[in-house]
Design a protein. Structure first.
Length: 295
């Protein structure tokens, strides 16, 4: 098989590049080689490669910044996926795309399923939802994975920010009333690769229609951002680290509104593919014990 990986330098993309290599050839151009704001050169490269799968791990992920740069957020999170969906249909490729818990408003009392009504509270969530809709409209053979609270040793993420603040300050204030599941980029890449492999190994002539669509895919379990920060502090295990203080969403007063309930049910993915993600605590423990390939 041949994979064309868009966003290979990001948190999830970097891990995917390594995981997918065991299934076949991975074409992973750098962000400098192709600009998602200029879709034609990227489309020409994909047409030339004729991949079996197009994997889109690129996104505009600055939640607060998206409130100030909505045009850019929609260009990267909605228009770019639309171009890739059209292209995938044109060349007969299968498409994998990553979305977010932020497509929901957070008012559910329980974990969200894939069929629950969406209602994003911020520009980032709205742009990602528009990307989902574009893929469904233009590419039948797709997998959309909604995930949450991604962390790794690359780029910018909550875990890296916490490590820096815990070492530099005496006290760190973290929101305690938003609930979700921290998800390792490595575990997400492993699960994505496993799902692709599960589809590929189906007997020749099998009807694959039931596999296509949208799935929640996060580590299992739940915690708050404050609980996540405390777990990071505990696993660093050093003396002299800052205290982690719990504050409400209202007290923190971030630019963009966030859903208070970001819990996603993975039941559909587990049932369809026959395996699931680790719980967030054991995944974090493994992250600190075993490290991560970051290049």
């Amino acid at each position: 098989m041949k994979f064309f990986l868009v966003g290979a330098s990001g948190q999830v993309g970097w891990q995917l590049r390594m995981c997918l290599a065991r299934l076949g050839e991975v074409v992973a151009p750098s962000r400098e080689a192709f600009d998602l704001m200029q879709p034609d050169p990227l489309a020409n490269a994909i047409r030339a490669e004729r991949p079996d799968w197009i994997i889109n791990a690129a996104a505009y992920t600055g939640v607060d910044a998206a409130e100030r740069n909505s045009d850019l957020a929609f260009a990267l999170n909605a228009e770019a996926p639309r171009h890739l969906a059209v292209l995938a249909s044109e060349i007969g490729a299968l498409l994998v795309h990553f979305s977010t818990d932020y497509v929901f408003d957070g008012n559910n009392d329980s974990a969200y399923t894939e069929s629950d009504p969406t209602g994003p509270l911020n520009v980032y969530g709205a742009s990602k939802l528009e990307g989902e809709r574009a893929i469904r409209a233009f590419c039948e053979h797709h997998l959309i994975f909604r995930t949450s609270w991604i962390y790794s040793r690359r780029r910018t993420n909550f875990l890296l920010t916490m490590e820096r603040l815990l070492a530099a300050k005496k006290e760190v204030c973290v929101v305690c009333d938003q609930i979700g599941a921290p998800t390792s980029a490595n575990d997400l890449a492993v699960a994505t690769t496993g799902a692709i492999e599960h589809i590929v190994i189906q007997p020749k002539g099998s009807d694959l229609k039931g596999f296509w669509g949208t799935y929640n895919l996060t580590c299992s379990g739940e915690t708050s951002w404050h609980g996540f920060a405390e777990a990071i502090r505990d696993r660093i295990g050093q003396t002299g680290l800052a205290r982690v203080l719990a504050v409400s969403t209202r007290e923190y007063n971030a630019t963009a509104r966030r859903p208070q309930n970001s819990r996603l049910s993975n039941e559909k993915f587990n049932r369809m593919f026959g395996f699931g993600m680790p719980d967030w605590q054991s995944a974090l423990e493994s992250f600190y014990q075993n490290g991560e390939n970051v290049g």
